[in-house]
Design a binder for this molecule. Structure first.
Ligand code: ADP
Length: 165
């Protein structure tokens, strides 16, 4: 019997995408036939990059990854998942703190839309990496080059210089 085709969406803010996100993506692409990275367009607090910019940044990084694509979406994640005919929602886990929030989110999504969430644990070295902290550290002049891809680091520096002018 053939295996079922599995399409996953990986929703998030990705402001900006980090090595932790990429770690989850590269693990996810081995599990799923198709993986759509879904950049939420709903307003988040003080976004550094526009949804379109975030999509373009990610598109460059995943260009060589078969079965992986990126797009932005509006509104509810579960509605977007249904629209894309996704079988599962993929989320990354860093710590026990993430588990508490993610469980609640996953159970709510399953209760309202019947969709399952699959979790992937990040590599230990990215267990503390968060986009929010990266934005804050970079704004204060800290070096976050080890936590994000090179291309993202230079865009981040440019954006922060521009905001300071
Ligand atoms: P959101 O605002 O929806 O939490 P994020 O862009 O911060 O969006 O994160 C998207 C997903 O990636 C979430 O499941 C989050 O837990 C996960 N994630 C974020 N950073 C990491 C990391 N360093 N390692 C593994 N997963 C991560």
């Amino acid at each position: 019997m053939g295996r079922k085709f599995v399409r996953a969406i990986f929703p998030g803010s990705f402001d900006p995408i980090t090595n932790g996100h990429l770690d989850v993506i590269s693990r996810g692409m081995k599990l799923f036939d198709e993986l759509i990275i879904a950049v939420g367009r709903s307003p988040i607090k003080n976004p550094l990059f526009s949804p379109q910019e975030r999509v373009e940044m990610i598109a460059e990084l995943i260009a060589d990854m078969p079965g992986v694509s990126v797009e932005s979406f509006d509104g509810l994640t579960v509605e977007y998942a249904a629209q894309k005919k996704a079988d599962v929602i993929l989320r990354g886990l860093r710590s026990l703190t993430d588990v508490q929030y993610e469980f609640q989110l996953a159970m709510t999504n399953r209760a309202v839309a019947g969709i399952e969430t699959v979790f992937i644990m990040t590599s230990e070295q990215y267990g503390f990496t968060s986009s929010t902290l990266i934005r804050q550290i970079a704004a204060l002049g800290g070096n976050v080059s080890g936590l994000i891809p090179k291309s993202i680091y230079s865009l981040l520096q440019q954006r922060i210089h521009k905001l300071k002018d």
